[in-house]
Design a protein around this ligand. Structure first.
Ligand code: GLN
Length: 495
């Protein structure tokens, strides 16, 4: 077993004790990245050239848990002097002249960037198959996708290339691939981490977050990257708490709830199969585990129509915001530019060629939603539904410490597999509830909780605003009741 397969805490101690040097560790991480690239396609760029500068910088950095730890970051984060494509043809040659705040903070903490990871084009999508450099494969089964949009960041951690990676989450883009990839995926309270330098998708729902293989490792990563940033006016004042020092797994007396409509088998009679049956049985066992930990778990009910409105509400708001945010991608100021006789023609040709059909469809939807005559009926109404959902959740989080639910209603699908009917309850309820946390900016985490048909499945836990530490502690306690922590696809066997 290599040090790379261990937790951040363990690797950090091994580095401090001199059991392994940073150079050796980083070299091994690059070797794995190259080796896995042909199999899983996690990276747009493996950033070997950049590593020397980072390693040289280490001497000036005081001891902290991320010093010398290799990591990967989604390619929709700006990295100075390093290609940042958002996995879109329109940015295939784009090299930013500044770093995202998260990148700067990790640099200052001594973490070493190994690569920029593949996403669904511009972070829009949930399959990890739409990036301009090709689909990301699931390290647990190469015939399956790993989900997206933070696909490469999930697979890089699942395959043991790095102990942590950075992603972004607008609807579930960290927490869904985490479930499909058998790793931990966390998005914090909106504003806890600066979004400066993250390519905006839907600003009111975009979050920076991370993947790890252990819940406690999330705390180390968040400690390094959280905090107020004058460059992001939505960032929150720092709470000045070191989360990693307060994760003790003591959850006795905590109260959790789950939404009956989402986990009730009777709701899925028409689409029930063995897979879903096992996912829901697994969930019921976890409830018992939680009770054994001294937590109270209660079933609550929410109007099904409201729950079924999550997906259309998400699509309406996200497409509108995405259309507006991405209007800067014209080929005029940056990005690859097509020829044209006028400025309008340049922009028209650049956007026609630069975006895939999927993206164009979202922009057509977004433009329609934002049209003056449609705004009231579509955009503003979606905002009202969002408010109803957030109000309901806020009320629940005033009484409970967290909500638990199965992260997904299926295991990672095979490529080209028939996806679940998007109008079915199974899709609308089980595959979309995680967007609730983006609507309200609630902290939310997915942790591995078992296997179905030899593929990992995940548990999602969400808490109230600014309850990140409490959430991590609950997740840590639940993680400790299970055998699925620290797992690596292929059983740590990379040699
Ligand atoms: N899958 C969702 C979408 O298609 C979420 C994407 C995300 O969180 N970035 O938009």
């Amino acid at each position: 077993m290599s040090y790379l397969d261990k937790s951040i805490e363990e690797i950090s101690n091994a580095l401090k004790n001199g059991d392994i040097t940073t150079d050796e560790l980083v070299k091994e991480s690059f070797d794995r990245a190259h080796k896995c690239q042909d199999m899983f396609n996690s990276f747009v760029t493996i950033t070997e050239e950049n590593a020397k500068n980072q390693l040289d910088n280490l001497n000036g950095i005081k001891n902290n848990p991320l010093k010398g730890i290799p990591y990967a970051i989604k390619d929709n984060f700006s990295t100075k002097g390093i290609l940042s494509t958002a996995s879109s043809n329109i940015l295939k040659d784009y090299v930013p002249f500044f770093n995202a705040t998260t990148v700067n903070k990790l640099y200052k903490n001594g973490a070493i960037m190994i690569g920029k990871t593949v996403l669904d084009e511009l972070a829009m999508g949930g399959t990890g198959t739409t990036g301009h450099t090709g689909a990301v494969k699931n390290p647990w089964d190469k015939n399956r996708l790993i989900g997206g949009s933070s696909a490469g960041s999930a697979s890089a951690v699942a395959s043991g290339i790095v102990p942590f990676s950075i992603g972004s989450d607008t609807g579930d883009s960290i927490r869904k691939p985490a479930a499909y990839g058998g790793v931990v995926g966390f998005k914090p309270t909106y504003g806890l981490i600066s979004r400066y330098g993250l390519f905006a998708f839907a600003s009111s729902m975009d979050h920076v977050g991370c993947f790890t293989r252990y819940v406690k490792d999330v705390a180390y990563v968040i400690d390094a990257i959280k905090g107020q940033d004058e460059k992001d006016m939505t960032s929150l004042p720092d709470d000045n708490i070191k989360y990693s020092e307060h994760i003790d797994g003591n959850v006795s007396g905590k109260k959790l709830f789950y939404i009956e409509e989402i986990v009730d088998k009777n709701n899925y009679e028409d689409t029930m199969d063995n897979e879903l049956e096992q996912i829901l049985d697994n969930f019921n066992n976890i409830i018992k585990n939680c009770e054994n930990l001294g937590m109270k778990v209660e079933k609550i009910s929410i109007n099904k129509d409201l729950l079924k409105a999550i997906f259309p509400t998400y699509i309406t708001i996200s497409c509108a915001e995405a259309t507006s945010n991405n209007s800067n991608l014209t080929g005029i100021i940056f990005g690859s530019r097509q020829k044209g006789a006028s400025v309008d023609e340049v922009m028209f040709n650049t956007r026609t060629k630069g975006f895939s059909e999927l993206i164009k469809r979202r922009f057509v939807l977004g433009s329609y939603i934002l049209q003056k005559e449609n705004q009231e009926r579509l955009f503003l109404n979606a905002g009202r539904v969002r408010r109803l959902i957030v109000d309901k959740m806020t009320e629940l989080f005033s009484k409970y410490d967290g909500m638990i639910l199965p992260a997904t209603g299926s295991i990672a699908p095979k490529f080209m597999e028939e996806v679940i009917d998007k109008l079915s309850d199974r899709y609308l309820l089980l595959e979309n509830h995680m967007a609730i946390a983006n609507f309200g900016g609630f902290p939310s985490i997915t942790i591995p909780c078992g296997f179905v048909d030899n593929m990992p499945i995940g548990l999602n836990i969400t808490s109230g605003i600014k309850k990140d530490l409490e959430l991590l502690n609950i997740a840590y306690a639940i993680e400790n009741t299970m055998n699925y922590k620290g797992q690596i696809a292929g059983g740590n066997d990379h040699e």
